[in-house]
Design a protein around this ligand. Sequence first.
Ligand SMILES: [Zn+2]
Ligand SMILES: [Zn+2]
Length: 341
Amino acid sequence: MPELRHDPIQRRWVIIATERARRPSDFSVSNPPSTSDKCPFCEGKEAYTPPEIYAVRDHGGPNEPGWKVRVIPNKFPALRIEGDLGRAGVGIYDKMNGIGAHEVVVESPQHVFDISDLPVDHIALILKTYKERINDLRKDPRFRYILVFRNHGLTAGASLSHPHSQLIATPVTPRIVAIELESARAHYTLKERCIFCDIIVQELQTRSRLVSADKDFLTFCPYASRFPFEMTIIPRYHSHDFAQEPDTQLDNLARHMKEVLLRMRKALNNPPYNLVFHTAPSYHLQSKRPGYWTTIEQDWHWHIEVLPRLTKQAGFEWGTGFYINPTPPEDAARFMRETEI
Ligand SMILES: [Zn+2]
Ligand SMILES: [Zn+2]
């Protein structure tokens, strides 16, 4: 059973994956299979993965060919689904069992290069699969947060090149999300406005950091971008929860995402990147907890962070939490805007 251990000074939980215990020699970097004949995510290789949890399919039965998007448990999960939380103190420290869910969304039966190669309606199926899985996992009262993310490229952490994303349900709200939630709540308490809606109004007026805008969605480089060409994708209308978006909006999001990801790929010559979805926590089950806030539907605004991995974090970043970004977001946005796709 993996353990969640709390660092009382940094106020951060760490997953100690006891079952994946590795010796120093296990950390050498190896290249993932790049061809489809060795790939367990390709159609026809269903027997090489754990049995599926969910699939969108044209034909065939579970764990047979005929699917379009397929969700399977991670073969090497960071967290375990079975068991109780077992919250406990260990002297000055706190721990709990590493309970959670760790799923892999195989985005296509074909071994294509990237999500941006897929047609818009297929990208929409992937987004609808996220929604489906988030809503299902939210029924489990042990899970406080469900994070969807995708790694593209070896240096961004993708160990298999077949396009896939991951979903991790955690028994605590991740610290980075918790800080954003707290800031949004504080802004709302003070001003009775959503801080993200305020940012959207300003970015649409300023325009210098805009990458793309359509009727419903907006992509911009954040004012204090940590990384060169960092982007935020966000609905222009107020909406706190990705998992409550109607399917028609996910169709529009798919169109917007394809354009932005193609832009990034062309402009930056296929960079490794991470996509991270920041949606609302599973607040419907927690709202009865004392002190849990009630304005989340008004103060929170879901969004997606796009993080190209062009720079390496070194001692200064790790030691301070400061980032040195060599590309001003205004320049990054102009470059992305002017890229022909
Ligand atoms: Zn494959
Ligand atoms: Zn808003």
